[in-house]
Ligand binder design. Structure first.
Ligand SMILES: Cc1cc2nc3c(=O)[nH]c(=O)nc-3n(C[C@H](O)[C@H](O)[C@H](O)COP(=O)(O)O)c2cc1C
Length: 365
């Protein structure tokens, strides 16, 4: 099933165009949607369109490459696979197929707490460049259980996602009647029973005293940094003050992200938030970005505005749905070549040559 690359895929973004032929309307709406009216999803994409890449002439780029060192890993390119939950929605092989593609292309994969396959099975299929994305669990013993399992399975870093304590449903997914199928349930959490929901007292808010009851606080972060044996990155940073405080707390690096527009409808575009976060933490501290990256040109723009690397979210689900592991590997190869082409035309042989002056504001058409 889905084991060859279909015709009509010339660019990575073509997988997005083809996905509707391979996913039913409900699954597609769940993956493509954000939250509420999907305004933050649109903002992520529009932010990239606000910049142009300025061609430069006569520069010798014959020694060019995109290799980098990130979190102690030697990587061939600055594209990571973002943590994306419930991948069986896209393909029966789910995260195992994605992990095979990551291994084949040398890409760093970030496995989600909410994956359809266990973190151990994903680790067995992936290459050495693998990080584990952690959602803090209501019980600290369960969080510690996940940490110990990730360490034992050879993950190299923990990516703590902090922007999704509460996620409003996407209206487009609701309208499409989407319900999570049983075989997409989070395999990692099967052995950690959810605590019984405590009843709300009269006058309590369903949000403050309800959904946010177990939401992480700074105390939880300090606790985690004390018990984790792997470097801890934080995903979901948009405010420069948070960035500074996380850096000071000892976090290994930051991921500027609005969760692909799936957490707060009306959140700033990740790309717009990036320069202020970079300025807050200074050069030399790792900052990644995700949200809206659909091409090598988008990756180039994020690197120019201060990211060390970018993560690819929905495109991996689309490529997985269209052509399984082969599709994900092909999508990554296309993105890498698109980035090479942008670098060559902008006169950048190395990632460190990609600077803000490679960009110019783009006048809307
Ligand atoms: C279907 C889906 C599931 C996701 N699951 C997770 C998750 O489990 N953990 C997490 O930190 N982010 C999750 N994300 C967010 C991605 O890691 C990433 O921030 C986002 O997809 C980037 O935007 P893009 O899809 O435009 O590339 C998910 C995104 C999608 C689309």
């Amino acid at each position: 099933m889905n084991s060859s690359i279909p015709s009509g895929v010339w660019n990575a973004i073509d997988y997005e165009q083809l996905a509707p032929r391979h996913m039913d309307a409900g699954r597609l709406a769940y993956v493509a949607g954000g939250c509420g009216w999907d305004t933050a999803v649109a903002a992520n994409r529009a932010a990239f369109a606000a910049w142009a890449i300025v061609p430069r002439l006569l520069r010798d780029v014959r020694g060019g490459h995109t290799r980098l060192t990130l979190g102690g890993l030697e990587l061939p390119h600055p594209l990571l696979l973002a943590p994306v939950a419930h991948q069986r929605l896209a393909h029966p092989d789910a995260e195992i197929a994605t992990a095979c593609a990551a291994q084949a292309t040398g890409t760093c994969l970030v496995a989600s707490t909410l994956s359809s396959c266990t973190l151990e099975a994903i680790a067995a299929a992936s290459g050495p460049a693998r990080w584990f994305q952690l959602y803090l669990q209501p019980e600290r013993a369960h969080t510690q259980g996940l940490l110990r399992r990730a360490e034992a399975a050879g993950y190299c870093a923990i990516v703590l996602t902090l922007d999704a304590s509460i996620q409003l449903a996407s209206r487009s997914a609701l309208r499409a009647g989407f319900a999570m199928p049983a075989d997409c349930a989070p395999a990692n959490l099967a052995t950690y029973p959810a605590p019984a929901a405590a009843p709300l007292a009269e006058g309590d808010s369903r949000i403050f005293q309800g959904a946010m009851r177990h939401a992480p606080t700074w105390d939880d972060l300090h606790w985690l940094l004390g018990v984790a044996r792997l470097p801890v990155w934080v995903k979901g940073v948009l405010h420069p003050d948070d960035a500074r405080a996380l850096q000071a707390a000892g976090v290994a690096g930051l991921i500027v992200s609005n969760h692909g527009g799936r957490s707060l409808d009306g959140a700033p575009a990740a790309l717009h938030a990036l320069p202020a976060v970079r300025a807050a933490v200074g050069e030399g501290y790792p900052v990644l970005l995700d949200g809206g990256v659909r091409s090598g040109a988008d990756a180039f723009k994020a690197l120019a505005l201060g990211a060390n690397a970018v993560l690819i979210g929905r495109l991996q689900m689309y490529a997985l749905a269209v052509a399984g592991a082969l599709g994900v590997a092909h999508m990554l190869q296309l993105l890498t070549e698109e980035l090479h082409a942008c670098m060559a035309q902008a006169g950048c042989a190395l990632l460190c040559d990609i600077t803000p002056d490679c960009l110019a504001p783009q006048t809307p058409c």
